[in-house]
Design a binder for this molecule. Structure first.
Ligand code: AMP
Length: 257
């Protein structure tokens, strides 16, 4: 596995691979079993698998959240190499956003509800960095987790609206045995908070907004809503201590797990 940090080096290095089919897995690092599922899906259909690790400042609306985000590049590099990743693209923020940067992509309507309502500017940051990563890596396939269902919808719309020549794949949510969706943020939970957080998958498994809301009683709930994505999901966001967790289940589907 080769780690590259500059855009020019990434372009130069990936040129040689492009013909065989390149799959991109965009991440913010702190790699876990959810990321591994995306990498495995890419590995299964692409000759070259690129993982990007970039804690994108533009998609954080709270400075404290950005500062607390877990980072461990050495561990991530070992994790990615073990998963059979060919190229790790790990740029610094000013490589992606050099001085004077001022061009943004806004997927207007899809970015408004749910996460967008609670995290102003979040999807503008996501859409912009994804477009940049797609331009840099030029993958045929890009892999995203169903756990972030609105993100998948936003990225699919971006690809369609701007005629990008790539296919977006969404990969089923990976859960710990207790049902909690695996997330980089889970390491921030104390034991008691983790126990409280289990209400989230339990609530969503009712697949009913009213029942889910009742099951989340006592937690700090941002939203529990049916979202008309393709496929439709029941999505929720809760705050447990200072950690914000999101999750969703696909509706009209028996058991996702
Ligand atoms: P992140 O590093 O949190 O930005 O996530 C990078 C990618 O991994 C996104 O497409 C996420 O949706 C996906 N992902 C995160 N957690 C999971 C999970 N538990 N199952 C499947 N995909 C996930």
């Amino acid at each position: 596995m080769k780690t590259v940090r500059s855009i020019s080096e990434a372009r130069r290095h990936l040129q040689a691979f492009r013909r065989g089919g390149t799959g991109l897995v965009p991440t913010m690092g702190a790699l876990h079993a959810g990321h591994r599922a995306l990498i495995d899906a890419a590995r299964a259909e692409c000759d070259t698998v690129v993982v990007s690790i970039f804690v994108n400042p533009a998609q954080f609306d709270e400075a404290a959240d950005l500062a607390a985000y877990p980072r461990d590049e050495e561990r991530d590099a070992a994790f990615a190499a073990d998963a059979g990743v060919d190229v790790l693209f790990a740029p610094e923020p000013d490589e992606i956003y050099p001085a004077g940067f001022q061009t943004w992509v806004d997927v207007e309507e899809l970015s408004r509800g749910l996460e967008g309502a609670y995290r102003p500017g979040h999807f503008r940051g996501v859409a912009t960095v994804c477009l940049k990563l797609f331009n840099i890596v030029q993958p045929q396939f890009a892999y995203f987790g169903q756990k972030d269902a609105q993100q998948v919808a936003v990225v699919r719309r971006l690809v369609r609206d701007l005629n990008l020549d790539l296919t977006v794949r969404s990969v089923s949510t990976v859960r710990d045995p207790d049902g909690l969706a695996v997330s980089s943020r889970n390491v921030l939970l104390s034991e008691a908070e983790r126990a409280a957080a289990l209400a989230l998958p339990r609530a969503l498994s009712t697949r009913d907004p009213a029942a889910a809301r009742a099951a989340l009683d006592g937690l700090d709930v941002d939203y529990v809503e049916v979202a008309d994505f393709d496929p439709p999901v029941l999505a929720a966001a809760v705050r447990v201590g200072s950690t914000r967790l999101i999750d969703n289940v696909i509706l009209n589907e028996e058991e996702e797990r």
